[in-house]
Design a protein around this ligand. Structure first.
Ligand code: ZN
Ligand code: FE
Length: 259
């Protein structure tokens, strides 16, 4: 009984993921940045696509839904609060819902903030989570639609997953995230070591995704907005130390303007 995750680069900096259960023959597309690439990769594996799990409505995540459904007749599962902007949906899901996948089950986690309805899919039996654009290695998604308190609550749900969870993020943004993380949290030795490793990997054109939650908890500034040292460093100009939500908001807007 094993689940296989097949990862491949898509578009300019997305990762495509096909999740396959050999026992049942189920194959899920995690998002659909590029229908042709997904259909080609599935065919090369000898897999028949049976499901699509969308994380959010952005075209680099749901743009291939209709073409893949037309080619395969698969079932499309997508976040309820983003559903009006996603094509071909068969079932909407929200926090606490489960998705059956052979004998496996994915738990839907509300990680809204990048978009209002952004969801992650956590498969506890395999210790893996598909987090879309909510969490990146050393970063998080831009807050296009949500509020800092919503986004922090979302990140807190990710933080609460088992530490050995493998996080499959939707983009290879790690090198630029690392630059901001080092600026945000310069005294963090674990971060310095991680950033050096990332630079070497990118030098060799290797992927830095997936990542491991335990490592992100120690190094990702956006997951560490509840850390007293980071809160002190990111205190307001008058020196007032902010809450986790305020610190997250300060970090998020600083990253938006960081060069
Ligand atoms: Zn997005
Ligand atoms: Fe994206």
């Amino acid at each position: 009984m094993t689940l296989e995750v097949h990862q491949f680069p898509c578009l300019s900096d997305n990762y495509g993921y096909l999740l396959h259960d050999s026992a049942s023959g189920e194959t899920a597309c995690i998002d659909t940045p590029d229908a042709d690439a997904y259909l080609r990769e599935a065919a090369a594996k000898g897999w028949t696509i049976t499901q699509i799990w969308n994380t959010h409505w952005h075209p680099d995540h749901a743009g291939g839904n209709e073409a893949i459904k037309a080619a395969t007749g698969c079932t499309i599962i997508a976040p309820a609060a983003d559903a009006a902007r996603i094509a071909g949906i068969d079932r909407t899901v929200a926090q606490g819902d489960t998705v059956d996948f052979g004998t496996w089950q994915a738990h839907v986690i509300d990680v809204g903030g990048h978009t209002i309805g952004h969801c992650a899919y956590f498969v506890p039996g395999a210790s893996i989570a598909f987090v879309g654009d909510a969490v990146f290695a050393l970063g998080c998604g831009r807050m296009f639609e949500g509020t800092p308190d919503q986004f922090w609550a979302s990140l807190s749900r990710v933080k609460a997953l088992p530490e050995d969870t493998t996080l499959y993020c939707a983009h290879e943004y790690t090198a630029s995230n690392a630059k901001f993380a080092l600026h945000a949290d310069p005294d963090n030795a674990a971060l310095a070591a991680y950033a050096a490793e990332i630079a070497e990997k990118r030098e060799r054109h290797e992927w830095t995704v997936p990542t491991r939650l335990s490592r992100e908890l120690a190094t990702n500034p956006f997951l560490r907005a509840d850390d007293p040292a980071l809160q002190a460093r990111w205190a307001s100009q008058g020196g007032r130390i902010g809450s986790a939500i305020e610190t997250f908001a300060a970090l998020r807007s600083a990253k938006d303007n960081f060069r």
